[in-house]
Design a binder for this molecule. Sequence first.
Ligand code: PGA
Length: 276
Amino acid sequence: MTAAAPFRLGTSWKMTKTLGEAGAYADALRSAVEAGSVPPEVRLFVLPAATALAAVRDRLAGTGVALGAQNAHPGPEGAVTGEVSMSMVRDAGASIVEIGHAERRTLLGETDDMVADKVVAAVSAGLTPLVCVGETTAERARGGTEDVLARQVRSALSRLGSSRPDELLVAYEPHWAIGSGGRAATPDEVADGLATVRQALAEEMAGTPSAVLYGGSVHPGNVADLVTGLDVDGLFVGRAAWTASGLLDLARRCAEALGERRTPDLVSAIVRKDPR
Ligand code: PGA
């Protein structure tokens, strides 16, 4: 990440919020942006349920808050009952599409193959893919984390051929850290996984602007540690950002913690001065 790159802070609302609730959340975000209370160094994105995309798009227009879908089908529009296409979510206001979230992989059978097809479809629809990768508890227990992460990143990008997105987001979200049954990770527990993801991404997508995010039980009590303790370009949040005030509180905490981050140059200068 370059010093000038904005820090991403995003939330998936998952399967929550009526239209009224989604609208109220978006209105609160708009008011915060207009009041100047969103720190400029943090770039927000929200992923509502598909039913609320268009309504949230209308309310957030011009605020700079990016909008995305939580999923879309990789095929062209047609006879696929119950699905929405990439171009349909784009038409409803999405500029981002989340692909391969742990809940979709475990609850809905989303495979690496499906993820790869969705990435291709997202890019051809002009959407920014937000690819989620992460190891299960069992994979971690047998020491397979790095292999799983490298495989998931490479596989997700394997069908792009020469086409490239304008931008690519990858979220490292260990399955064991996500949701109400999850355990919040310490920076030490996930630093190596993040480095693996960044390395695989650099090898596969050299030259494509990309950001590596972390997600899984991010909350007000651990957000500062994650920002200062990890080489990460953003955070991806579920429950703690299901209210607008929760997202805005995290944004403020991120901005404060970013001010305390030491760049690698600064760290080596400090080490040189104090060579203990
Ligand atoms: P959580 O969800 O913050 O509620 O653990 C994270 C995610 O699924 O992205």
